[in-house]
Design a protein around this ligand. Structure first.
Ligand code: URA
Ligand code: CA
Length: 446
């Protein structure tokens, strides 16, 4: 089987066989197929698409290009959640302890961030002494002992995706549903969970700008999971404005703790009700998928109970301490977490109502302050970021604090200007957009 023939077949719009896809992907991962052929192949897939069988075969080929996590030593249904990315998406920090409080084993492998803000690992590392580099044995042992671990991946998972994603990034072939769906799902499948929930973000600050596009991606990912034998479901959630109010690593930890503690304020600003709502919706679906309740509604009652009783917060503390972190962060985040030198308000100049709030710009402002990284090797500043005080639909008086900047020596003035420009404040009888938070759901065919 020559790589040339496989490229030509896809170029001509034909469906590839599983064998052809496997040969191509494994050949590429092993270095037998060069980048230029993989680039041509990616463009052919981008232009001609893939059917459901091909997409599943591609995912499986990627999974088998490297190691796979074996979580079978852990009792119970192992659940995992993946978000397609947005701004102020602090859900994992709240969801993981909440699921653990619902007696679901949480063996979560997370990543670092690139772009706007850090990833879950960066956020966790803002907690003093917290370790996220566990060996596979330590990781599994911790889940067996206390029911929860969140760490960076140690095994060599999906090497084909690492190569292919980097290649797509520089060949204008990222925005392809079969390529995105197989890329995301290969990593979830290799991580070993039995049940997978995909949080597909829709809106201005998301990868998928419209509900139609998001539904297509969600359906493709659910099809892959189902074909490859995992319980898989997707929820479409709004990313029209940042989900949480905090955007920045330690700030997001503080908002997560306040949410877990059922507070409406994190000491530096309001807690986002939307963040709590989306986290509960995700928790209820995962608990239902794992068989903890006979309906999503029943699972929601359980999730709300575990959050309001403080059990989820207690699980968070246990988890932080198990990974060497200072557990007092669960009671006094403001004292324990690193703080920035400057805290400065961005104020409204005129009266009106917030009609849009661009999360991408808020994310850029946080990154300018040092909360994100532009290259993989960059360090993040845990203390800096932006905290939103006014969201879409809020009425505004002149002088009101729209948001606050938490800064050290980098980017203060520029970040303030960016934050101001992220807001659209309309006067008079402006139409305030209605923003449903949950836009849809894709369940596997029964
Ligand atoms: N995220 C991924 O992991 N892969 C893609 O292809 C796109 C987004
Ligand atoms: Ca640390």
């Amino acid at each position: 089987m020559r790589a040339y023939d496989i490229i030509a077949k896809k170029r001509d719009g034909q469906a590839l066989t599983g064998e052809e896809i496997r040969a191509f992907i494994h050949g590429y991962a092993q270095g037998d197929i060069p980048d230029y052929q993989a680039a041509a192949w990616s463009m052919a897939v981008y232009l001609k698409g893939m059917n459901v069988q091909e997409t599943a075969a591609l995912t499986e080929a990627m999974v088998t290009s490297g190691e796979q996590m074996d979580l079978s030593a852990i009792d119970g249904v192992k659940v995992d959640k993946h978000s397609t990315g947005g701004v102020g998406d602090t859900t994992t920090l709240i969801l993981a302890p909440l699921l653990s409080a619902m007696a679901l084993p949480v063996a979560k492998m997370s990543g670092r961030g690139l772009g706007h803000t850090g990833g879950t690992l960066d956020k966790l590392e803002s907690i003093p002494a917290m370790k996220v580099g566990l060996s596979t044995d330590e990781f599994i042992d911790q889940v067996q002992r206390i029911g929860i671990a969140v760490a960076g991946q140690t095994a060599n998972l999906v090497p084909a995706d690492k190569k292919l994603y980097a290649l797509r990034d520089v060949t204008a072939t990222v925005e392809s549903i079969p390529l995105i769906a197989s890329s995301v799902m290969s990593k979830k499948l290799a991580s070993g969970a039995d049940a997978i929930l995909l949080d597909v973000k829709v809106g201005r600050a998301a990868f998928m700008k419209t509900k139609e596009e998001a539904l297509k991606l969600a359906q493709a990912m659910v099809d892959i999971g189902s074909r490859l034998g995992r319980r898989t479901m997707a929820l479409l959630t709004s990313m029209e404005q940042p989900l949480g109010n905090a955007v920045g690593n330690a700030l997001e930890v503080a908002e997560a703790v306040a949410t877990l503690a059922n507070q409406s304020d994190c000491g530096f600003g309001p807690v986002s009700a939307e963040l709590k709502k989306v986290t509960l919706e995700l928790a209820a679906r995962l608990a239902w998928m794992a068989g903890k309740a006979s309906s999503v509604e029943e699972a929601m009652v359980l999730a709300e109970e575990k959050l309001s009783s403080g059990e989820a917060l207690a699980r968070f503390r246990l988890f932080v301490e198990a990974q060497g972190g200072d557990g007092r962060v669960a009671e006094n985040p403001e004292e324990i977490l690193p703080r920035s030198t400057y805290r400065e308000p961005v104020r409204a100049e005129k009266a009106g109502v917030v009609t849009s709030l661009d999360g991408l710009i808020i994310g850029q402002a946080a990154a300018l302050l040092g909360a994100g990284r532009s290259k993989k090797e960059d360090a993040v500043d845990p203390a800096v970021g932006v905290v939103i005080h006014k969201r879409i639909g809020d009425p505004i008086e002149p002088g009101d604090v729209l948001a606050e900047i938490f800064a050290n020596d980098r980017g203060r003035d520029e970040a303030k200007q960016l934050v101001r420009s992220a807001y659209t404040i309309s006067v008079g009888s402006a139409q305030v957009p209605i923003l449903p938070l949950i836009l849809g759901e894709v369940r596997p065919e029964q």
